[in-house]
Ligand binder design. Structure first.
Ligand code: HEM
Length: 129
């Protein structure tokens, strides 16, 4: 077969990043991250039901710097996915498809997720240390 120069459909290396694509891709990534993070939640609950030694192992991990980093990422993923998920629910109702609105709600979801994550951690450190 001769090498025919056919047009390619646009892909990631061709598209200039736009807020609409970034929020969409991030929604999928955070959805998958939440699925993995839920395993951590299950580990915590199973350890609590198993006994003090098992619970101690999980507590040690969660209290370590790495455990806190993972939990921080999980918190942000949850808030981002929640905020952007609410955006999706408006779309499901047929609202918010105009490009300027899409850009504004996309930025709002990103900013709200960061603010909610920081607030949660400030409150958590305030209560528990
Ligand atoms: C731990 C909890 C959650 C997990 C594990 C999770 C996971 C996922 C995954 C894996 C997807 C598919 C992403 C894709 O293939 O593009 C998804 C989509 C979605 N999630 Fe979640 N999610 C969770 C919580 C939430 C919450 C709290 C909301 C709040 C509104 C939400 C709203 C949505 C919506 C609207 C979609 C569909 C997006 C689309 O149509 O492309 N999710 N979720």
């Amino acid at each position: 077969m001769a090498n025919i120069e056919r047009p390619l459909s646009p892909h990631l290396q061709i598209y200039k990043p736009q807020i609409t694509m970034v929020t969409s891709i991030t929604h999928r990534i955070t959805g998958v991250a939440l699925g993995v993070g839920t395993l951590l939640l299950a580990w915590w609950l199973i350890a609590a039901a198993t006994g003090p030694e098992a619970y101690e192992v999980v507590s040690q991990f969660l209290a370590s710097w790495f455990g806190r980093l993972v939990m921080f990422g999980f918190t942000w993923a949850l808030f981002y996915h929640l905020c952007n998920g609410i955006r999706h629910l408006f779309w499901d109702a047929g609202k918010g498809f105009e490009l300027p609105t899409m850009r504004k709600t996309g930025m709002a979801a990103i900013i709200a997720s960061v603010v909610l994550t920081l607030l949660t951690w400030v409150v958590a450190y305030g209560i528990g240390g």
